[in-house]
Design a protein around this ligand. Structure first.
Ligand code: ZN
Length: 138
């Protein structure tokens, strides 16, 4: 008597496979930050030197931040002034530096948010920032 082997049934593919899911996830990650390597592949390292100066022109705080290829791109710093919700954002500065292949830049930013609880005054906290980019040797 002949024996019949049932052919193995394959499950129909539904939805994205594992590889597609990985790609989707990577796209989502790059939209919400992403590492330096992902966002600016031509940059090896980045350092920020942030000097906060109060509205009364007194040094308030100094922060140094180094960003390596695998670190998330965090180019913003909350304003420590009386606005309560101001942000100093250096993303545009970094972007234009990369475009022009510049290595250093100095930026002066002033917080224009209104003081918390007093809409007639602006915060006026200042940030002096030195940005240094390192490009890989050609
Ligand atoms: Zn502020």
């Amino acid at each position: 008597m002949a024996r019949f082997f049932k052919p193995k049934r394959r499950r129909p593919n539904s939805g994205p496979n594992k590889n597609q899911q990985k790609v989707l996830r990577r796209e989502q990650e790059s939209r919400s930050g992403g590492s330096l390597q992902e966002r600016f592949p031509g940059v090896e390292a980045l350092s920020l030197e942030l000097n906060f100066i109060s509205a009364q022109n007194e040094p308030y705080d100094r922060i140094e931040r180094r960003i390596g290829p695998k670190d998330p791109c965090d180019f913003s710093a909350p304003c420590p002034g009386r606005c309560g919700d101001g942000q100093f954002d250096l993303e545009q500065v970094v972007r234009s530096m990369v475009q022009d292949k510049r290595e250093t830049a100095e930026e002066h930013l002033v917080c224009r948010e209104t003081v918390y609880g007093d809409q007639t005054k602006t915060c006026d906290f200042r940030l002096t920032c030195r940005v240094t980019l390192r490009y890989p040797p050609v």
